[in-house]
Write a new protein. Structure first.
Length: 327
């Protein structure tokens, strides 16, 4: 059983060599003590409960053949090394009905420093597969100023690659759902503003599932900051401008929701990293203009619950797609 293998043994399997360095992008996990722990030990000590299911699905995808796709050409990657890690991983569903449903573009979080495929990508994608949805997991550029704007380019490139191989992937390019976590939740929200699909001439998503998302620079501006912390540097890292400019532009998501599709939002009341008010503010803005919205804030649990295994948020992917399918 995979749960008895160490994280290192699994990531060093040659079948997943292309994506292994992006398990948590920009983080050399081999230097961490938990790299030598079994998945069961990681679950017991760190609470990452569904790594095994993610690896099972990743190996299944790899065993079928091509599953990993660079977003940029070799020439583009040579000209800009930040583009080297940008990719999508394809997890097709075995449900024949999936071909007629929207595919899901899944965007893990990581604070624009990492992309957490290990917890918020592979295991969650497997759940959506079991619910009858094809999934593409996006690894986008991080650790660069204006990372959110660059991620819009990465999302657009991913969708165009998917469209160019629509017959192979058995998808309709105009029919997709976005789902993102934390900063990935911010990205799938930003995709619905003038910086996203309208700017690239791409179709509007059928639905959006932000999970413990950041949505408001005004809320962050109002937070207490330690002496010496630079709000403008923080804003520039994310969106490439000052905090004030972010608050007064479409980067302030709740003020720019006109282009949103139906949206289901998931968070917890005890999140100490991203205040659940980010989720509430987005829900209020959507409801004010009549865009269908579902807001679920669990009473317990903190940030980064991923698929919600073992806590009150367990089953949220099923609740999300059931809500969408009832619209």
């Amino acid at each position: 059983m995979l749960k008895d293998k160490t994280l290192g043994q699994l990531l060093e399997d040659p079948r997943i060599a292309p994506i292994a360095p992006e398990a948590i992008s920009k983080w050399d996990l081999s230097k961490e003590e938990f790299y030598r722990w079994t998945l069961q030990q990681i679950a017991d000590r760190m609470g990452w409960r569904n790594l095994e299911s993610g690896f099972i699905r990743l190996f299944e995808a790899a065993d079928r053949g091509e599953y990993y796709y660079k977003l940029y050409t070799e020439e583009e990657r040579k000209a800009d090394s930040a583009k080297e890690s940008a990719n999508i991983v394809h997890f097709p569903s075995s449900d024949p009905a999936a071909d007629g449903r929207p595919f899901i573009l899944l965007v893990p979080g990581g604070g624009f420093v990492n992309v957490w495929n290990l917890t918020e990508g592979w295991p969650v994608a497997r759940i959506f597969n079991e619910l009858g949805y094809h999934v593409f997991i996006l690894t986008y550029r991080v650790k660069t100023d204006g990372a959110a704007v660059l991620a819009m380019e990465d999302m657009a490139r991913a969708l165009r690659i998917i469209a160019s191989r629509k017959d192979e992937f058995r998808v309709r390019p105009e029919s997709y759902i976005t789902c993102g976590f934390s900063t990935g939740g911010y990205l799938v929200c930003l995709w619905n503003t003038e910086k996203g699909y309208p700017a690239f001439g791409l179709p509007k998503p059928r639905a959006c599932f932000p999970v413990y998302p950041v949505t408001s620079y005004r809320l962050m501006d109002a937070e207490e900051w330690d002496e010496g912390e630079n709000k403008d540097a923080f804003a520039r890292a994310g969106v490439g401008c000052t905090m004030q400019e972010a608050c007064e532009s479409c980067f302030e998501i709740p003020q720019h929701v006109e282009g949103f599709p139906p949206t289901a939002i998931f968070a917890t009341a005890q999140d100490q990293l991203v205040d659940p008010e980010h989720s509430r503010a987005l829900a209020r803005a959507l409801e004010k203009i009549g865009i269908p919205c579902r807001l679920e804030i669990g009473p317990t649990g903190g940030h980064g619950f991923a698929d919600g295994a073992g806590m009150c948020m367990e089953g949220w992917p099923k609740r999300a797609v059931e809500w969408y399918e009832r619209l």
